[in-house]
Design a protein around this ligand. Structure first.
Ligand code: FES
Ligand code: MG
Length: 598
């Protein structure tokens, strides 16, 4: 406990170190200078950081600027001292060329802050897609007591009496525009209708996914992830989160106590049941590597594939964030899974209780939105992990494969899970936008669309460009989806039947660098294979030729960080982390304190 044992607090080494009064004075004078008092700083109260991810540059998380006031009140009331500081902002749809590039940058920045300043614990303000993994990766690395606070989703979007969901409406509106059903002005109006308030994307995109999984991992308070941003309950849970982190410091409850293999398996199972984003495997792998948990990509299929889809949210279903909260959120989903023995009930969470104790009695409040386990929207809704001569690993989100698509591609009675067709290959989204509607490219309803040069190195950070619509002439004929395969990512809000995150990427000379338009490709979902149907000799010859030409071409770096990240980033199947960073684990314990600075 802090009061009995103040020396346990790492902030004491800055503010109250009798062995080094020189430095103590130096540290004190600068924190006194904005209004904290000597009495407070030497009181033995824990110093709690509020890692602020909200700003005008990140509208999805901007409401944290307001919520932080309630967090502070909670911290103060529980006997702590709050120090709020900015985290490098990340906003998924505004940042070019990718927000993925910034996840590792924010991670690295936050590691320096949490380790190098007098902080005893931290509240991680999460929300927009990459802010959640960036914060959790840093908290895992440093391993001081940490609790995450979601900013919450936006209110539901509406247009002409129908729910319009973030992102998902964009993919739909694009098709309507391509088919000539709406004009440019209506296109913008329709898309904007999906964002009626502050908060993150209201669909089951990457933001709702990662905030839900953060709760499933045990890193945020039970029931907190789904509360819409503007609701009063969101203010209340901010206050409780502030109070709780002070207790966690006293209990020395650290990320390494919570982020165990069991916790990650729980998150994978929950991800299938909520219809979570294909970005989740990348981010969970990254968090796992920074805390030292072994979580190979195959775990997603082993633990997750057989789990049914229970949450009826767009893009896999109909509803949106407000409905998800009203129906019971993460605890209601977890309780359903728990009754089937699919959840490790003993996994510890930030409130000091187990997942089982937190969720066992949670009930579904609206069965249209969260289905009981026995009446799912879809059986076997988890990801399939594929490999072959095209890549070592890629994933497919099966919960968004439409009946139309199943009918078209997966209806061969002898081989119900396989499809085969000719490839059309695009080198980046510019190439795709330029040529997709050109009839001379020869795309038919049998074509498989390929996108390459879009991975962590090729399009630094990996772009969400693999979800490609069919040509306008096919949409007019009623073909709304073609299979897409690529070394980039796909927005979690997209419902395309895509094979994503192919690793290694073309820029790392994976199989996608070698495929050519016209090659036949065979995908077998049962066997988990994806192959271009050409001989090993021919593939070798193509590889030799490409190596001779200097390798797969991609645009030069435009900023220093792009160059640094490209030099050290790993592939998506292993988290796309800064390779080498994972050896700095739990540094608050393993590395001791940093040296004095003067
Ligand atoms: Fe930020 Fe969707 S773009 S949450
Ligand atoms: Mg996105």
């Amino acid at each position: 406990m802090t009061a009995q044992n103040p020396q346990k607090l790492r902030s004491r080494a800055w503010f109250d170190n009798p062995d080094n009064i020189d430095m103590t004075a130096l540290y004190l004078e600068r924190y006194l200078n904005f209004g904290l008092s000597l009495e407070e700083l030497q009181s033995g109260k824990p110093i709690i950081g509020i890692a602020q991810t909200g700003s005008d540059l990140s509208p999805c998380n901007r409401h944290h600027l307001v919520l932080a006031e309630r967090v502070r009140e909670g911290i103060r009331e529980a006997g702590g001292i709050a120090i709020e500081f900015p985290v490098h902002p990340i906003q998924e749809t505004g940042k070019r060329p990718t927000a993925g590039l910034d996840r590792n940058l924010a991670y690295m920045g936050l590691v320096e802050l949490l380790y190098g300043y007098p902080l005893d614990g931290v509240v991680l303000t999460i929300g927009c897609d990459k802010t959640t993994p960036a914060c959790l990766m840093a908290a895992a690395t440093v391993n001081i007591p940490a609790i995450a606070l979601s900013v919450g989703p936006m209110l539901n979007g509406w247009h002409k009496g129908e729910r319009t969901g973030s992102g998902t409406i964009v993919w739909k509106a694009r098709q309507m525009l391509a088919a000539g059903e709406i004009d440019d002005k209506e296109f913008i109006k329709l898309v904007a209708s999906s964002a009626p308030s502050t908060g993150y994307c209201n669909t089951m995109g990457t933001a709702t996914t990662m905030n839900s999984l953060c709760e499933a991992l045990g890193m945020s308070l039970p029931g907190s992830a789904a509360i819409p941003a503007p609701y009063r309950d969101r203010q209340e849970v901010s206050y409780i989160t502030g109070k709780r982190i002070v207790e966690m410091v006293a209990e020395d409850l650290k990320p390494s106590d919570i982020l165990t293999r069991e916790a990650f398996e729980n998150a994978i199972v929950v991800n299938s049941a909520i219809g979570g984003s294909t970005n989740a495997p990348i981010h969970l792998a990254a968090i796992a590597r920074h805390i030292g948990v072994d979580l190979p990509i195959e775990t997603w299929q082993e633990k997750g594939h057989k789990v049914p889809l229970l949450v009826n949210l767009q893009p896999a279903g109909e509803y949106l964030g407000e409905d998800y909260y009203r129906a019971g959120g993460v605890p209601a989903v977890t309780a359903q899974l728990m009754q089937q023995g699919l959840i490790h009930e003993g996994a510890l969470t930030v409130n000091g209780k187990s997942m089982g104790d937190n969720c066992r009695n949670a009930t579904i409040e609206d069965e249209k939105v969260i289905r009981p386990f026995g009446q799912p929207l879809l059986e076997d809704a988890g990801f399939i992990v594929l490999k072959g001569n095209l890549f070592d690993a890629a994933i497919m989100k099966t919960s968004v494969i439409s009946p139309e698509f199943r009918e078209r591609y997966l209806s061969n009675p002898n081989d119900p899970e396989a499809f085969e067709g000719p490839a059309v290959v695009f080198d980046g989204p510019e190439d795709y936008h330029h040529r997709i509607d050109d009839p001379s490219v020869g795309i038919t309803d049998q074509t498989l669309l390929f996108m390459r040069g879009a991975g962590p190195i090729g399009y630094p950070g990996a772009a969400e460009v693999v979800n490609m619509r069919p040509p306008a002439y096919l949409i007019r004929e009623g073909v709304h989806a073609l299979p897409c395969i690529g070394d980039g990512r796909q927005s979690g809000t997209s419902g395309s039947p895509s094979i994503l995150n192919a690793s290694p990427e073309a820029a790392a000379m994976g199989g996608l660098a070698l495929i050519q338009t016209g090659d036949r490709v065979r995908i077998d979902l049962n066997k988990g294979t994806a192959d271009v149907l050409i001989s090993d000799e021919e593939l070798d010859a193509r590889r030799q030729k490409l190596v001779g030409e200097g390798g797969f071409k991609f645009p030069a770096s435009q900023t220093p960080w792009q160059e640094i990240q490209r030099a050290v980033v790993g592939q998506m199947n292993t988290g796309a982390i800064l390779e080498g960073a994972e050896k700095y684990q739990k540094i608050a314990q393993t590395a001791g304190l940093p040296r004095d600075n003067h």
